[in-house]
Design a protein. Structure first.
Ligand SMILES: NC(=O)c1ccc[n+]([C@@H]2O[C@H](COP(=O)([O-])OP(=O)(O)OC[C@H]3O[C@@H](n4cnc5c(N)ncnc54)[C@H](O)[C@@H]3O)[C@@H](O)[C@H]2O)c1
Ligand SMILES: [Zn+2]
Length: 396
């Protein structure tokens, strides 16, 4: 895949400029959160908002909230803390936030700032897109997944009972400002889960990036996935991973074409999450399993090179996959979960097929092929978890 977006001037730049329907926005990587404060301060000075609402959650706010809030001083500012957990990414949470915002005298020159992971980012962006028909907003992503994935591309939203992210909008932020320093307080399990989307972007891009990621993961494993000032994630690799997503969304913001490539691993991944009712599984873990299973199945069809599956298997076996699949994943539940997914069109499933590293296509699967994929996935999952981590005695 050709990388369309590169850092300004040279690839090692710490900034990506991404076009969007709302205008171009920068994804800026800083070495420290002090530098994030400086970038934020400069943006606020230039924009001169009438007020600022800082959205976060208790966990992240207790770590970084005061530092970010200090930059907002001089301007009327308030803090709104979302509850923590995917189960709260709902319309009810949005309605609750709106009722609080409605009591502040906010106008359209208000700036929203999202400080947190993908959850805070997706919900803040959704609120920014609907509140007063749209206000400016900034993302300060604090998880690996949010830095390389959810903060880029302007998809916002919440989950509905029928599935993930089924209510939302395309509403790009005005600025994204990241620093790997935020990751030093992140639970190693979240670092591992975030690696799922990192690996996805590397596979979509090239063999070279896949090798770089593999080397980075080796170092992380040696440090038990703990990120510290001595063992931080290099900004240059984070930028390269981000640039993969940036290049796709720059070409296809509204997912009319190649943005669907980013759904690689998500047909099975989302279905696993739904079968488990979003409990005990992190999104990145589900995506990694999804890529592995989908690619093993497409390899069986003769569509995928075996080295892609081997590459994925090496991560599946080295990343924390302690997920309780119990009896919840059967042919029936997995098929139902896939059928609800946004990627289904007229009874056909749009599956992302990786021919080889950096070589991607889309295939439309009919019902018989979906059933074959589902049967394969259920068998693969139970076989993997039975041998690796106990779990189910009942195979469907
Ligand atoms: N908009 C998109 O394009 C897009 C893309 C991918 C995923 N997503 C969404 O992102 C969400 C997942 O995001 P996530 O993986 O960032 O999870 P998350 O936002 O739930 O954060 C994970 C946990 O880490 C904590 N945390 C966050 N930053 C921390 C830090 N620096 N130090 C310590 N703890 C910290 C949070 O409080 C939370 O408990 C899902 O809802 C998914 O659907 C959206
Ligand atoms: Zn994802």
């Amino acid at each position: 895949m050709s990388t369309l977006i590169k850092g300004k001037g040279c690839f090692m730049s710490t900034k990506l400029d991404i076009p969007s329907a709302r205008g171009e926005y920068a994804v800026q990587f800083a070495d420290s959160h002090e530098q994030v404060q400086e970038t934020l301060s400069a943006f606020i000075k230039a924009k001169n908002p009438s007020s600022i609402v800082l959205f976060s959650n208790q966990q992240v706010f207790s770590l970084y909230g005061k530092a970010i809030q200090s930059v907002c001083q001089g301007c009327s500012n308030t803090v709104y803390l979302f509850p923590d957990g995917e189960e709260f990414k709902t319309v009810a949470t949005i309605v609750e936030a709106i009722s609080v915002l409605d009591k502040q005298s906010l106008d359209r020159k208000t700036l929203f700032v999202a400080l947190g992971g993908g959850l805070v980012g997706d919900m803040t962006g959704f609120l920014a897109s609907i509140f007063l028909r749209g206000v400016d907003w900034i993302q300060i992503p604090t998880t690996l997944l949010a830095m390389v994935d959810s903060s880029v591309g302007g998809k916002t939203g919440v989950n509905l009972g029928s599935g993930k992210n089924r209510l939302g909008s395309f509403y790009a932020p005005n600025l994204v400002c990241s620093s790997p320093e935020f990751l030093h307080t992140l639970d190693p399990k979240e670092v591992q889960a975030g690696m799922g989307e990192v690996i996805k972007h590397a596979i979509l891009d090239s063999q070279e990036l896949c090798i770089e990621v593999q080397k980075m993961v080796k170092v992380l494993i040696a440090n038990q996935w703990k990120l510290t000032p001595e063992h931080s994630l290099p900004v240059d690799i984070l930028i390269k991973i981000c640039a993969v997503k940036a290049s796709v969304v720059a070409e296809d913001e509204r997912e009319k074409g190649i943005r669907a490539w980013l759904n690689y691993g998500h047909s099975i991944g989302h279905a696993i999450e739904k079968c488990l009712q979003y409990q005990g599984v992190l999104h990145g873990q589900a995506v990694l399993l999804g890529m592995w299973i989908e690619s093993a199945w497409t390899m069986q069809q003769g569509w995928t090179a075996s080295r892609v599956v081997e590459y994925l298997e090496s991560f599946v076996k080295s990343i924390d996959m302690s997920i309780e699949i119990k009896d919840t994943i059967t042919r029936m539940t997995l098929f139902d979960a896939i059928s609800f997914d946004k990627k289904m069109q007229c009874d056909k499933l749009q599956l992302v097929v990786i021919r080889d590293f950096g070589s991607v296509s889309l295939r439309s699967l009919d019902t018989a092929e979906i059933q074959s994929l589902v049967a394969f996935a259920v068998h693969y999952l139970h076989q993997f978890f039975d041998t690796q981590y106990i779990i189910s005695s009942r195979h469907s």
